[in-house]
Ligand binder design. Structure first.
Ligand SMILES: CC(C)(COP(=O)(O)OP(=O)(O)OC[C@H]1O[C@@H](n2cnc3c(N)ncnc32)[C@H](O)[C@@H]1OP(=O)(O)O)[C@@H](O)C(=O)NCCC(=O)NCCS
Length: 246
């Protein structure tokens, strides 16, 4: 994709001052009890803060979007996308380390644009985000010693909103694999978003049932969280923007 958005948006690496905002924004769409902490974010971005992409409108200097990518080693990426560890458990040896690893897995933890502040005349953020990730990867590849190319083993996101699910499945060509996340997003009667695990129809039915003896309507179903994944052997816009091999 042409980088014409570069004349309007600039990108900076995440720093600790942005962590509370990122956590709050993610909580709004995914209020899991197993949420992220600032300590986890500082471990994710300790070595490679450049994967926490913050987009600013050059005209106003204001933040208009973010795309928070966790850079993982191959094992870490497989464990996450196979549901064997959760996002908040990504740590230590599971994270990508340029000095050690020749393969990287890209997991989008959160991406979001401000619908009021994101400029209307730049491409949709889903494309801009890929373009920006590609530039981070290209810069990382330039630092590699000769004979040690860096390959991408996969791209993923745990999608928890309709827009996120549509972006990852329709535009990015990602899909759910053997790991089927059992988390369901429901709205309480007060309109609060909740995350609940339900493995069976009976469990889900119980969650949706109105409280007995009252006039309540019960919870409203929103969607099931999905771990959506694409690997380099599958055609995808992701690999058009982000070369899996240099
Ligand atoms: C996910 C997100 C970053 C995608 O941004 P984007 O790539 O710029 O895409 P848009 O939000 O503009 O458009 C998303 C969809 O709505 C459609 N759309 C946008 N504006 C529209 C309009 N005025 N009328 C009808 N459809 C519209 C687009 O065609 C697109 O449809 P598609 O996914 O079926 O192709 C953005 O929607 C967002 O910030 N959402 C809130 C946070 C969120 O849900 N994050 C994902 C968590 S998993």
């Amino acid at each position: 994709m042409a980088s014409q958005w570069r004349s309007q948006l600039s990108v900076k690496a995440v720093d600790a001052s942005a962590y509370p905002g990122i956590i709050a924004a993610d909580k709004l769409v995914y209020p899991t009890s197993n949420g992220l902490t600032e300590a986890v974010l500082s471990r994710w971005f300790g070595k490679h803060p450049e994967f926490g992409l913050i987009f600013l409108d050059q005209a106003t200097g204001r933040t208009v979007a973010n795309c928070i990518v966790v850079a993982l080693c191959e094992r870490g990426w497989h464990l996450l996308t196979e549901g064997k560890v959760t996002e908040s458990e990504l740590d230590g040896d599971l994270l990508f380390d340029a000095a050690r690893d020749d393969t990287i897995g890209l997991h989008v933890y959160h991406l979001e644009k401000s619908s009021s502040e994101y400029p209307q005349d730049v491409p949709r953020f889903g494309m801009v985000a890929l373009d920006a990730i590609a530039e981070v990867l290209a810069a990382l590849r330039r630092t590699r010693p000769p004979g040690r190319p860096l390959e991408v083993c996969g791209f993923s996101g745990l999608t928890v909103t309709r827009l996120g699910c549509s972006l990852f499945s329709n535009l990015y060509g990602c899909r759910e694999r053997a790991y089927v996340c059992k988390e369901h997003l429901l709205l309480s009667e007060d309109g609060a978003l909740e995350v609940h695990e339900a493995e069976t129809q009976e469990e889900l039915q119980r969650l949706l049932q109105p409280p007995s003896g009252g006039n309540g309507r019960g919870r409203t179903y929103v969607l099931r969280a999905r771990m959506l994944v694409v690997t380099p052997d599958e055609p995808s816009l992701v690999w058009s923007a982000i070369p899996a091999r240099a």
